[in-house]
Design a protein around this ligand. Structure first.
Ligand code: ZN
Length: 183
């Protein structure tokens, strides 16, 4: 696939049980290990589902965070994220693989349900599923991941709380608005 990410990103997302990279995230001459791409995909997909399922993409404007200094940060980050993730899927996948993505990942159907609709045998389905994850993961590395940077670049300072306000600015893998508790 020829993707190469920095070592920090590779190690942070590599699977310790990966038989190819043994948690190093990189393979000699092949660049970034595919387990890293699949983990990046999972993280970006989780954020996509969270933003869609909570209706955050529909909000014209929402409070996204209250910073350490008490600044209220608002914007349209979830709507932009949902659109950008869908664009990444569109760019990365052929129509046939987009159908697999829609059934398995967007609709969350079981693999048995997917087999009939896609006309695939079990082995081919799992091979194609891994390919979908790796292709979209590669595309996500071009601007969606890391999520902290993506959402950080979209913060707009809209107000200021008093100095004693507690900080809610934390490093979440999934970006939830400050007023919404983690599930
Ligand atoms: Zn690996």
């Amino acid at each position: 696939m020829g993707t190469s990410v920095n070592r920090g990103v590779a190690v942070a997302n590599a699977s310790p049980s990966c038989v190819y990279c043994h948690g190093e995230g990189a393979r000699r001459r092949l660049g970034t290990c595919r387990c890293v791409l699949r983990e990046v995909f999972r993280i970006c997909l989780e954020q996509y589902r969270y933003s869609v399922e909570n209706g955050l993409a529909l909000n014209r404007c929402c409070v996204t965070e209250i910073s350490r200094g008490g600044k209220i940060l608002t914007g349209l980050p979830h709507a932009e994220y949902v659109a950008d993730f869908e664009l990444a899927v569109y760019r990365a996948l052929s129509p046939a693989r987009r159908k697999l993505f829609d059934l398995r990942f967007a609709q969350g159907r079981t693999y048995r349900d997917c087999l009939g609709d896609l006309g695939l045998r079990r082995g081919e389905f799992f091979h194609q599923t891994y390919t979908v994850m790796e292709l979209v993961g590669t595309e996500c590395l071009k601007g969606l991941y890391p999520l902290d940077e993506y959402f950080g670049a979209r913060r707009v300072v809209m107000g200021q709380l008093n100095d004693s306000a507690p900080s809610t600015l934390q490093s979440h893998r999934c970006h939830r608005p400050a007023f919404m508790p983690a599930a």
